[in-house]
Write a protein that binds this ligand. Structure first.
Ligand SMILES: [Cu+2]
Length: 193
């Protein structure tokens, strides 16, 4: 029963973690910059962005900004017609749909030296999406810990047995409480004064 409760709690936490999304700081420690030749393509390449994740651009707003652009403008480093611009120096952008997001720094010359990033967002994992087709990308589910042996049997069938044993156990606990209360009351009454 304790194990069942533990599993239920873990599953609940995992669901919360999955639905709230991860936060990725673009460029990690380096942030969003032209210094140090940060390779933002390489930075993005080993991430599995999914819908609901947040990317965070941290930079000195006196020198940089963030513009979301089309694929064509991304390729040509054209910042003339951005879909959106950010310039706070600490911009968090929630990835609301799957597909590509193209960002570049609109300060002249910066995109050309590599201050640009292509964020590819996978569809939500099948278990978390309300109306998901089963062809969603498997690697987008890193939060699921590998369990030894029998992961499929620990899924949906679990609540019924655990609920049943929880009910049985609570009955026992309730009965013991009654017995204790009974004993305390009558034991107290029968104590010599
Ligand atoms: Cu810049």
């Amino acid at each position: 029963m304790d194990m069942a409760v533990a599993i239920t709690v873990l599953v609940a936490f995992a669901s919360v973690a999955l639905s709230s999304g991860e936060v990725y700081k673009v460029g990690d420690k380096a942030g969003w910059t032209t210094l140090g030749n940060v390779n933002y393509t390489a930075w993005a390449a080993n991430k599995n962005f999914i819908v609901g994740d947040i990317i965070q651009f941290v930079y000195n707003k006196d020198f940089h900004n963030v513009a979301e652009v089309s694929l064509e403008d991304y390729k040509s480093c054209n910042a003339g017609s951005p879909k959106a611009t950010y310039k706070s120096g600490n911009d968090s952008i929630t990835l609301r749909t799957d597909g590509h997001y193209f960002f570049l720094c609109a300060v002249p010359g910066h995109c050309a030296v590599g201050q640009k990033v292509d964020i590819q967002v996978a569809k939500l994992a099948p278990s978390a999406a309300p109306s998901s087709p089963p062809e969603a990308v498997p690697p987008s589910n890193p939060a699921t810990p590998p369990t030894e042996g029998t992961p499929p049997t620990e899924g949906p069938p679990q609540p019924q047995p655990s609920g049943a044993s929880a009910t049985a156990e609570s009955r026992v606990v309730g009965f013991l409480m009654v017995v204790l209360a009974f004993a305390a009351t009558f034991g107290g009454l029968m104590l010599p004064r």
